[in-house]
Structures are given as C-alpha cells and as structure tokens.
Design a protein around this ligand. Structure first.
Ligand code: PRP
Length: 234
C-alpha cells in the first residue's frame, strides 16, 4: 500500500456503516515508487510515450490510495468447494477526467474500478488570464454518482479543480476526491480552503508558480507531454 500523509485536514467526518472515517483535506501519497516515477516525469528529456506510461503508473498508485475508504457491503459467493463471505464496493463511482490531460489517468483508474462511470469535463486554462474556460460538460441533470474522482495530473492555481468541484457540487455529488500528480502549494491551499470537505490526493507539492502561473519546478504542460503537442524546438 502506498500510504498517504495528511498534510492539511480541514474537515473530519465519520462515514456510516463503520467504514474508514472520511477525511477532507490534502493527502500526500508517499512511496519510493511514486517519487521515482514523478522524478522521471519532471525530466525535460522524457519522451511522450514514457511520460504517458508514468502518468498511468502514478494514477494507479494514487487511485489505490484514494479508494481506501470506499464503502463496501457484504457479498457471498459460491466457490468451487463451498461459499465464502466477501464484500463488494457499494454505491456509484464516477471518474471525472478534466480534458485534456486528465484523459491520461482514466484507463489505469478504470482498471481498478471497472464498475465506475466516466463523466468528462472540458476545461482549459486561458493563457493570458490563467482562468479556467469551460468547453465541455455533459453531466446528466439528475442522479449524481455517490463518489466522484476528479482526474487531472496538474493543479497549478487551482482554478480548474475549483471549477470542477463547483460543477460536481451543483450536480449533488456527496463525496469528491481530487487526484492530481503534482500541485503548487498556493493552488492546493486555495482549493482546500474553498472545499474543505474535498479529499485531495497529490504525489508531490511544489513550492511556487512562476509569472505565467506554471508550477515550478513542475513538469511543464502535462497535456502537451501526454498528447505530444509540444511546439517543436529548432
Ligand atoms: C492544465 C492542467 C489543469 C490546469 C491546471 O490544463 O491539466 O487542467 O492546467 O491549472 P490551474 O490549476 O491553474 O487551473 P490546460 O489548461 O493546460 O489544458 P490541457 O489539459 O488541455 O493541456
């Protein structure tokens, strides 16, 4: 198990049915493999094919950690010999990738949660204002999922995560988890102060944003690196 450190808990509530207590706040996922893979992601010479693999590995490690409090219900199965009393995950789970970069995290998380629904949100950050611009949202008006996992490799100013959280709040999702591979300190603080009940899982927190609101030291633009759309160098 990866193991996470709660570095900023702003809300604590107990889940029903004797499940693991649900804690809002910032969960830093710490593990040698996480640190190893994040380091390779940061490297400017890492090519898009390897970058995509690293995003997948890290997304799986994070999802394992972020789902440790999912509620379960008893489930008896017949084995070849007799029966066994087990469990199955209870409730509807929604994966909410933020386009584009969040798409790189969908498949590995879906591998762990094959029963999950996937609801896409299209947001891009305006290059001049750094404000999120919504361009795609087809959430159905009713029947929100019970738990939503917002997937986006980067959290910089926090504007995109905040916009996604507001959308899911309007939809009526009771529990929301944000899974980001790296974040800037000021962005993550902004999100958790506005949504203290949200559980935010991060592999590494970087100290600052530059004048263009890029995470420093960061890893550049995850979307461009996943989809190989970087401007070519001369
Ligand atoms: C990046 C990233 C986040 C957002 C983070 O997406 O994937 O969605 O910026 O920045 P913020 O916390 O300041 O909002 P981008 O806008 O580059 O779009 P893309 O995924 O299409 O590349």
């Amino acid at each position: 198990m990866a193991g996470s450190t709660v570095v900023g808990t702003t809300d604590q509530s107990t889940a029903s049915d004797g499940q693991v207590p649900r804690r809002g706040g910032i969960h830093l996922v710490k593990h040698p493999l996480v640190e190893h893979h994040v380091t390779r992601m940061r490297r400017a010479t890492t090519r898009p094919s390897e970058f995509r693999d690293l995003v997948r590995r890290l997304a799986a490690l994070m999802a394992y950690e972020a789902t440790q409090d999912l509620p379960t219900k008893p489930y008896r199965v017949e084995t070849p010999l007799t029966h066994a009393d087990g469990v199955q995950v209870k409730g509807r789970i929604g994966l909410v990738p933020i386009l584009r970069a969040g798409l790189g995290m969908v498949d590995p998380v879906l591998d762990l949660l094959p029963m999950a629904e996937v609801w896409h949100l299209g947001l891009y950050r305006d290059e001049d204002t750094a404000q999120p611009v919504r361009y795609y949202d087809k959430l159905p008006p009713k029947r929100p999922v019970d738990v939503a996992l917002i997937l986006d490799p980067m959290l910089a100013t926090g504007g995109s995560a905040t916009a996604a959280l507001m959308t899911l709040r309007e939809w009526g999702v009771p529990q929301v988890k944000v899974l980001s591979l790296i974040a800037a300190r000021e962005g993550i603080d902004a999100v958790s102060s506005q949504f203290p009940e949200a559980q935010i899982y991060i592999c590494q927190i970087d100290p600052e944003l530059n004048a263009s609101k890029f995470i420093v030291p960061g890893l550049g633009d995850a979307g461009d690196r996943i989809f190989n759309t970087l401007e070519p160098h001369d």
